[in-house]
Design a protein around this ligand. Sequence first.
Ligand code: CP3
Length: 337
Amino acid sequence: MAFNSKLLSVLEGAKPPTPPIWLMRQAGRYMPEYRAVREKVSFLELCKSPELACEVTLQPVELLGVDAAILFSDILVPIEPMGAGLDFNPAPVIKNPVRDLAGAERLKTLSPLSDLPFLFNSIRLLKARLEVPLIGFCGAPFTLACYLTEGRGSKDFLEIKKLMYSNTHAYRLLMEKLTDSMIRYLQTQIDAGADAVQIFDTWAGVLSPSDYGEFVVPYLRRLTNNLKGAPVIYFAKAGAGHFRHMKGLSVKCIGVDWTTDLELADELLERRYPLQGNLDPAVLLSDPANLIKAADAVIDAGRKLEHGHIFNLGHGILPSTPTENVKALIRHVQWRE
Ligand code: CP3
């Protein structure tokens, strides 16, 4: 079979008649084949085994027919060798949270090839087998800093705000180290063969737009300006209020969650980018008729964009999603007239 370059064509400015589709968190617990692998190993062991990570990366490509693969790992994997102390059960726990200047000073800047050799071995294995593009990824510096300061997940991430407002020097040092580390991390993924990369800024939405502009955008600008050789997708969850600060970023595509219409996002971004998104993942829990109706609304909105559209969910797929619904969605998006 020939290489499926639909996703890359949209990132280069094409508007194919039907959008390419992949799903955030497409390899995961909703798939019985993933659960079978996870019965044998812990989540971190899975991330660190190139053979198993390659196997689960391929599952949604081979069994569901998505138009791109996303490397199986987690945004938090690189903070372990930076000194954070990491565990998953299944939610992440950071043993050594960073709460002050001394903590930020102790963090090590990532050396991707020596710190995470398994990841680049996974990329090489995947590139030999894939006939769709491979998406590499990282967490955005701010989202990683949220977990590093809090030590775990949270609804409001107050620890990062405390640091940002009361100890700005420590905040800036932490963000500089994360930015340097993520530049090296993504560039090494690109050099190893990733065809595109996505930056996940899941928690950008906890900030006001002006704090986002002041405390997040300068680092995103430095990160995205320093990557060469592959298109970059930037996804911020609940980022609608932040679009006016994003529109200068040198990325090829912006991800949109389901709380903003694609059309409005296009307008707020001054019609500068192809957009990715934005079906509510909960729709995949509903009946097929409702699913197809909601998917059609996203496809139709995508067709009206100034640039192209990559069909995706507005956030990661939910573990309770029926696989049959995912198959029906992918078939529908790829074959609708
Ligand atoms: O998309 C993919 O298929 C590639 C793999 C991938 C995972 N996590 C695997 C995973 C990717 C791209 C991520 C990104 C990620 N991880 C984000 C950004 C996107 C988002 O969803 O907001 C964030 C915030 C994390 C941090 C994280 N990892 C949390 C909060 C959790 C626990 C919650 C949960 O979903 O269980 C994880 C664990 C995790 N990462 C799992 C998977 C498949 C479940 C672990 C398991 O198998 O037990």
